[in-house]
Design a protein around this ligand. Structure first.
Ligand code: GDP
Length: 365
């Protein structure tokens, strides 16, 4: 499963957020690894469409899809030089698919800020710089190693060398590797380096519970958003402390609480949605009398690979997929109705699954 790492300076609210995540926890038998690794938290992905499907089909059970977070505590200034947990910390970031950078935007005199005052821009820069410095070291080591191969006429080495030089230029100026325009082939050639600043990233602005309804008026958030826009990064505003309370509630109670706060959805749900976008993920559904279930795929996946998310046998034995779009199905009111209206399509191996497709797979065993 894809995982998103939560990073940030000390005292910005990472543990508070991560605690909310583990408490929201899809604490089910489906995720045994959750209990093995205390730094991994898995949450159910809330999806209004799944609830509507369930209301239509009336299945025995409803199973949401899930999303995984990893808590990566311990990033401090100087980490790339081995300060704090230093390199150990950086190696944990290497293993995640995307990064959520929590930035403190709440004022609280009682909670010390590591650099003396709440200053999101400085925090962003501090963390980004540590990651850039770590990548710079990685790239320089690699450049040294392949310089000789390049001189001896190795074509692959020469190609890689060229890309590394481009990356080196950006990193030296303090820019992340993702700011360098690389095509797919170039990306592949440097993928084994697992560069930290090549990973996709978004910011979570942690605001105080009083600010959450009108977070965009918070000057820290305004400053953060401005800088994030320059970087092309998304910002999700969240109040970590409040999330811990929200995850304890369900159903009507939960809706009322959110309404009182002036929120459409919880910060955690917005964070999951943003991470989905960041990673290019999509959801499709299976809907039978036994079970209505949501499944996560990468956008652009073809029907057999999407079937493989359920079981590898489904991918191997794939024959075809009977597909109806979520909106079409809702309009028709039932599977039978969708069939009558001609909304139900029979798709083959080349079909690219859409977000919201409701699918029945036909396969050989
Ligand atoms: P970490 O070091 O980044 O993991 O930060 P913690 O989650 O331990 O939070 C540091 C302190 O800030 C704790 O005392 C939290 O209770 C407090 N804190 C975290 N989030 C919020 C928030 O949204 N509002 C306020 N007022 N305090 C918060």
């Amino acid at each position: 499963a894809l995982t998103t790492g939560i990073v940030g300076l000390p005292n910005v609210g990472k543990s508070t957020l991560f605690n909310a995540i583990t408490r929201a926890g899809a604490e089910s038998a489906n995720y045994p690894f959750c209990t093995i690794d205390p730094n991994v938290g898995v949450v159910d992905v809330r999806d209004e469409r799944m609830d509507q499907l369930a209301a239509m089909v009336n299945p025995q059970r409803v199973v949401p899809t899930s999303f995984q977070f990893t808590d990566i505590a311990g990033l401090v200034k100087g980490a790339s030089k081995g300060e704090g947990l230093g390199n150990q910390f950086l190696s944990h970031i290497r293993e995640v698919d995307a990064i959520i950078h929590v930035v403190r935007c709440f004022d609280d005199e009682n909670i010390v800020h590591v650099s003396g005052e709440v200053n999101p821009l400085e925090d962003m820069e501090t963390i980004n710089l540590e990651l850039v410095l770590s990548d710079l070291e990685t790239v320089e080591r690699r450049l040294d190693r392949i310089a000789r191969q390049k001189r001896s006429g190795d074509k692959d080495a020469a190609a890689e060398h060229g890309i590394l030089e481009k990356l080196h230029g950006a990193l030296t100026e303090g820019h992340p590797a993702r700011s360098v325009d690389l095509d797919e082939d170039e990306r592949k050639r440097v993928s084994s380096l697992n560069l930290l600043t090549l990973k996709r990233m978004l910011y979570a602005a942690n605001v105080s519970e009083d600010d959450v309804a009108d977070a965009d008026a918070n000057p820290h958030v305004i400053a953060l958003k401005k800088q994030a826009q320059v970087e092309g990064a998304e910002v999700v505003t969240i109040s970590a402390q409040l999330e811990a309370e929200i995850v304890e509630l369900e159903g009507e109670e939960r809706e009322l609480f959110l309404e009182e706060l002036g929120l459409q959805s919880s910060g955690l749900d917005r964070l999951v949605a943003a991470a989905y976008r960041l990673l290019g993920l999509a959801t499709y559904f299976t809907a039978g009398e036994k079970e209505v279930r949501a499944w996560t795929i990468r956008q652009g996946m073809r029907a057999p690979q999407a079937a493989g998310v359920i079981h590898s046998d489904f991918e191997r034995g794939f024959i075809r997929a009977e597909v109806v779009g979520y909106n079409d199905l809702m309009e028709a009111g039932s599977m039978a109705g969708a069939r009558e209206k001609g909304f139900l399509r029979s798709e083959g191996k080349e079909y690219v699954v859409n977000d919201g497709d409701v699918i029945l797979f036909r396969f050989n065993v």
